[in-house]
Design a binder for this molecule. Sequence first.
Ligand SMILES: [Fe+2]
Length: 320
Amino acid sequence: MNYLNTRSRKNLLKYFNPKKYVNFLRQYPRLQNLSKINNKITRSILIKYYFSLVRKNKNLKNFFVDQSPHISKINFNIQDLYSGDDKIFNSLASNGIVILEEVLTSEERSKILNYFIEIEQNKITSTWINDKIIDASSVKYKENNKVKISYMQKELEYLPSLLNINNLITKRIFGKSVKTFAEFFLHNCLEKENLNIYEDTKFHIDRYLPCLKIIYTPNEIDISGGHFGFIKKTHKLNNEFMNSLVMNSKSFDVEEDQLNDELRNNIVSSTCPKNSLIITFTNGLHKRNIFQTKSIRKTIFFQFTNNFNFFSLLNHKKYN
Ligand SMILES: [Fe+2]
């Protein structure tokens, strides 16, 4: 009897676990949830509510709402970040993407390449968040096996320069430094890809609210090696095409023939030299270009939607 009582109490606690609901509420708004709202008025009210919260954070307002003067330069050197020069962030506000070059010292870069060798050779020797290599392609690409993706996570204390760079960048964008961890992706292209076979090789958005992604590439990524593609200016929340996409779409991706001339002219092919960092806003239209040769792409991703979430939007005073 006593046992039953304890068990039912546990079940009840599981059901009414307040932490579960707080975690759900805390989540940064997702496209999956928006796509379930078919009523246009409800969808519009919800989007307008979130946009009003974004406007209250003066840093986010600058990057995602305010009109920014036209700047054509998107390639910079890491020293421009360390010197505190505004030009990187002015270009980011205007275009939604910048590429920083010569990011790490050669020692730090080789340390990262050694981490990738552990994944490539399946011999884990350093400290990772979880020692198991995850086969991300089986989740993402199902039975299609032209590209195999291996995935691991590492705490940023093992990558001190990238931790420092992330802190500098997030402070400017969100108003306060935002913590994250490093996501190692090893794309192994076993067979040349066809056009748009996977969802992430079509122009799409990850979120409909400000979404920062930072990507480090230790090696050069050329036009045939699955380089990142972005459409400049689509990160602005008041962009007409994007508003219509967010209001009307179910899938939140766009076929090439749906792009108008302006969007087409703003496509950036972000090929980059070795040791580069892409800073971009993936609430704007972006994709991974297809691999045109058998090759291996090594990238480290930094994402912030766990630690800059709905509560952070509500708590805008703390960030201003
Ligand atoms: Fe994406």
